[in-house]
Design a protein around this ligand. Sequence first.
Ligand code: ADP
Ligand code: TRP
Length: 344
Amino acid sequence: MPTEASPPRLTRALSGIQPTGRFHWGNYFGAIRQYIDLQPGAHQAADEAYYFIADLHALTTVRDPPVLRGFVRDAALDLVALGLDPDRALLFVQSDVPEVTQLAWLLMTVTPMGLLERCHAYKDKKTRGLPADAGLFTYPVLMAADILAYDATVVPVGEDQVQHIEVCRDLAGTFNHLYGDVFTLPCPRLVEGGAKVPGTDGQKMSKSYQNTIEVFEEPAALKKKIMRITTDSRPVDEPKEPADDHLFQLFALFADAADREAMADLYRRGGFGYGEVKQRLLAEAGRFFAEAQARRAGLAADPERIEAILAAGAARARAKAGAVLARASRACGLDHGPPPVTGR
Ligand code: ADP
Ligand code: TRP
């Protein structure tokens, strides 16, 4: 007897990024570029894409209201300028969807303490003897709610976030086991090659190490930071291995394949100065972000436009999260509030 083929599963990509500072090259190559590639219509597209600025998460580290407001606004401008297209993907601010925090509570009731004690954000702080608040401790539960609220199927993240996606799958599995098929289990999607962008000192580029180069750095500051990239003191003539050199790795992010190969040859032959490489990096990075820079200036001059983008994104995100919250609430015996909507 012929069986009816089940309809292909809709892929819905979702990710969040914390507004804890201006975006740097590590954030762009390690996260943002992948979000853009997953927008419907792009070359590795999902059917739908949801991206949000994780301001509730940022509250565990940014305690200055005007600073936080500025970071949220800058994050929105940066993301759209870099190619996040609000006609193809939803862009919204996490706290504009209060359903998520309510869902986080439902999940909290099925979260074992031991699971959170093993999560690295909290564990690292504790090991270093730093005080941690309940916000940081329960951070993976809020992150799980961020994902489950939208029936996301694929979550593009850096390697540091994979543990949190596993927690999310765990909690969704426990909830489903107790109450029926409520949540869609998401899969992480690692950045291709898992590339770690090095900072100006050769360690991983990170705000915490003060070794970042921002995507929208002022020209003078950009030059200064590039000129300060640490290099070794070997003589100019000595051949060098490009793969071991963080200046080369940074250059390789921006150069096309032919330029990258030519530069690698130059390293292996020796007879060049790091100053030349820095000048090339400055030129390539400037060219690479020039279009986005111009788009950002246009957007910044029209604040209502970015507000409208965020409001439209939040309205659509709330509709989805409201349906999932109603489904989850009914399933566990909370029968008040709006009735559930069927379908995913
Ligand atoms: P930071 O370490 O500067 O605080 P975040 O932790 O806010 O950066 O990172 C946001 C996103 O950018 C994450 O998905 C993370 O994996 C990615 N990311 C951050 N730094 C790098 C890096 N140096 N190389 C690759 N990806 C990075
Ligand atoms: N915790 C993530 C980070 O620090 C940001 C984040 C919050 C997130 N909620 C999310 C990422 C949901 C993916 C899905 O980078």
